[in-house]
Design a protein around this ligand. Structure first.
Ligand code: GLU
Length: 292
């Protein structure tokens, strides 16, 4: 579906793609739908493929932080569930069962590449409070210093934002900001942002988003509620907005394009960061000013 693309390449996109490829520190976010089978169970071959891509980036000297959903989905099989539970408490309980299994899977796959996985469970509120914010920042930095691969998820026992709306899209942008990452790559089952319905032949991929103006007239829709994940284009675009305002190059594409996106190839949609100085990591938490 990634074929309808304009031939013209904006200089900003060329520079952005290069910056992603050369990032010193990159946050990769993967949604539940990219880790699961059609029945909604965790697919270990997808975890293996993703870890292989991440290990290759590490071998090039990049620091990699993975923000992974999939805890609820991974908890379904052991609980005998054939579909994602509807009520929040059951989703949280499934996440509690699944998170350990998800981490075990990443730990085993990363170990195959000589890498160590580190579980980091966060909430948005943690990052808004000064002490917790600093602790999270310090721990994550130390993990990177010692060469571990942080695997971040929302702490689903105490927080419900990402289970309900975000599929970790927002959390990933905040982690990218917290760590002053150079790039954020959002992987899901959608290969790019389109300027219309992707099944309509006249619809094109949006190659580059320079700011909110480039999104005028594009129907981003509402948060998705289908299948095993949450989120949807609206939370991805919001995640890209948070990240780019923090100076982070952001690519939105499918998990199948992970290798190409991280290598700076022209896949998915690139959201270019706002120009100028990066805001302090606390500043992000201030709500945007109300419209005039
Ligand atoms: N923390 C949740 C999980 O890992 C968020 C994503 C979701 O709702 O599927 O499962």
């Amino acid at each position: 579906m990634d074929s309808v693309r304009t031939e013209h390449i904006d200089e900003l996109e060329v520079a952005g793609r290069k910056a992603v490829a050369n990032a010193r520190r990159v946050v990769v976010k993967v949604g539940s739908s990219s880790l699961t089978t059609p029945e909604g169970r965790i697919d270990s071959s997808r975890i293996r493929d993703l870890v292989e891509v991440l290990a290759a980036r590490r071998a090039l000297g990049q620091e990699v932080i993975l923000v992974s959903s999939g805890a609820v989905a991974a908890g379904m099989t052991p609980l005998g569930l054939t579909r994602r539970p509807r009520d929040l408490a059951s989703q949280q309980a499934a996440a509690s069962v699944g998170q350990g299994l998800l981490l075990a899977s990443y730990t085993a796959e990363l170990a195959g590449h000589g890498l160590t996985a580190a579980q980091v469970l966060l909430t948005v509120e943690d990052m808004m409070r000064r002490v917790q914010h600093r602790n999270a920042q310090r721990t994550l930095r130390r993990l990177l210093d010692i060469g571990a691969v942080p695997i971040v998820n929302e702490n689903d026992t105490v927080a419900t934002h990402e289970i309900r709306f975000g599929d970790n899209d927002r959390l990933a942008a905040l982690v990218a900001h917290l760590l002053r990452a150079d790039a954020l790559v959002l992987l899901s089952d959608v290969d790019a942002l389109y300027d219309g319905n992707p099944s309509d032949p006249s619809t094109s991929v949006v190659d580059l988003v320079r700011g909110p103006g480039d999104l005028d007239g594009i129907d981003i829709g509402g948060a998705g509620k289908r299948g095993v994940g949450t989120g949807g284009m609206v939370t991805k675009v919001e995640s890209a907005r948070i990240a780019t305002e923090a100076g982070v190059q952001t690519v939105l594409t499918s998990a199948a394009n992970a290798r190409a996106a991280l290598a700076g190839e022209r896949v998915g949609t690139l959201f270019a960061p706002a120009e100028g100085r990066r805001p302090s990591t606390r500043q992000l938490w201030l709500p945007p000013p109300p419209p005039p």
